[in-house]
Design a protein around this ligand. Sequence first.
Ligand SMILES: [Ca+2]
Length: 185
Amino acid sequence: MRTAVITASVVAALLLTTGGAASGQEPRAGEPCSGQIHPNPGFERGTTGWTAGPRTVVLGDPARPAHTGRAYAALAGLDVTRTDLVRTSVTVPAGCNLTVGFWVRATTTETARSDYLNVGLAVTGTPPKTVFSLAFDHPAQWTRHSSATGTAATERTATVSFAASETAGNGTTAFDVDDVTFTLS
Ligand SMILES: [Ca+2]
């Protein structure tokens, strides 16, 4: 039992050390406009940090590998008329620009536009807008897109949404999303 107690205290000390190192990676005071600020940009922790359905995140599919890691978000692809939604919000400090970058791939049997992945960006103080409307003619390979908010004098909330709308009966389109980064500058 004595050995077990000693082991536990060593583990506790290691955890404390790790915690200290992690906090050293936070943006320094006076330099808030730097770094990637989302806790789970690549879905490796499932839906943590995201509002998404329970079967949205795909893990370890060898036939459809992730852009990086093992996980990604999969939307539509069922040839039923419905909308899949994945979204998240981050806080943008005053004076900072936020660049949202993400990777998408689309696989389809469509021949005309009827299934869409609409990528929305809503920022405090400006009307929400669709920044990308991707369809069946999007590349089947992982492709990067990005959009930026610009700066403002006050703190803002930025919400990014991926809404896949699919119409049944005219071909199936599956949209995959990975590595959604939120970078301050
Ligand atoms: Ca991933």
